[in-house]
Design a protein around this ligand. Sequence first.
Ligand code: GDP
Length: 430
Amino acid sequence: PANGGGNGSAGAAKKKKMNGYVGFSNYPNQQHRRSIKRGFNFTLMVVGESGLGKSTLINTLFESRVYPVKDGEDSSTPRNGAQVASPTGVDITSVSADIVENGVKLRLSVVDTPGFGDSVNNDEAWRPILENIESRFDAYLAQENRVNRSKIVDNRVNVLLYFIKPTGHGLRAMDIEFMKHLHTRVNLVPVIARADTLTPREVEQFKAKILADINFHGIHIFKPVSDHFDDPETISDNKAIAGKIPFAVVGSEQYVVRSDGTRVRGRQYPWGVIEVENENHNDFVALRQMLLRTHMEELRDQTDVSLYESYRTQKLLALGHVQNNSVFREFNPRRQQEEEERLHAAKMHKLEAEMSAVFKQKVHEKEGKLKQSEEELHSRHQTMKLTLEKQRRDLEEKKSRFTQSDSPQVAAAAAAANAANASFVDPAQR
Ligand code: GDP
């Protein structure tokens, strides 16, 4: 399948060709042009009950029939034969499309979750979706840990559009459960589905209730930030977008004719027309602006730097890979190998230094001993020399005394003294 990471629960992945103009290459405020030049992946997941208009919205968003819409069908009918019902009744399907716009390449993947919220008991409906998102993180982590990391395929989910049923009564238990379980793993963007079924006043009240519920339950949703932009126009555009969350959207596969004769996407009612791309009619344009034109890069960054990093840390901590405050170093085989090599080199260096110190010490000791024995020898030689010198003088003296007495004994003694003198050899000349 084109989308290798989407293997969490069940699922079919297929590849589509899209020609419609999306607008991601018009990125006046997107920061990382480098990645935009190289081409990049963007994975969008849609979650919500069947019939809320997810497929229609995706097709409207990408100006293409990414998904078939089930007009008039039973909305719980699976969309293609490849789907297999999972025990929770939620299936995960993925569609990928390569889009090139103004020389910018985008691999777009849309992940749908048909069956979510359609069961009698939806207590566990969030689980397969969380598992799918985490399995994509796992796939990325496994690639990161490979020695050759040049061809990492990034199938992590960058944004999740959560479709809220337009009841007008705030979030349901199922919505809250879902968001509470998912908000630390994905950029959550809540969307009020089929907003044309509510009056503008009802939409405003519904939004306030939803935001109050989100705050009350400590749910973290994605908010476009403005503080890193300098341009006042961009800042005010971002604030306007942020002020529309949760986006109340209307999607349509149909076109309507406006009073000026132009054909636009919209929904025709007996009382008038709702235009999809009219900012006064609904928040579709603001949502598209945020997802594809102004905040695509920020959504990718958030996924990588914040959501994925915290998942990775938790995962490695859970595996018990914590050493020297370095969670990742120990787990990553390449870094681990480098670390081992570094430690080995340091050990060898230390050993060498120790050996050299021991050698120097020994040489020093030996030199000291040699010097000492040399001095001893020298002093012994001096003593012997002095002794022999004294003996020679004594004998000389005796000889002269005997020579002076002239007796035959004296003559014999003198001869003996001469003989002794002749046999004397100076030890220094030996
Ligand atoms: P999904 O099951 O959530 O993917 O829903 P679909 O996109 O297949 O739409 C189900 C039905 O709702 C179709 O008949 C659509 O024409 C209709 N629909 C989709 N979007 C809207 C909308 O914004 N407003 C209204 N009134 N109907 C919509």
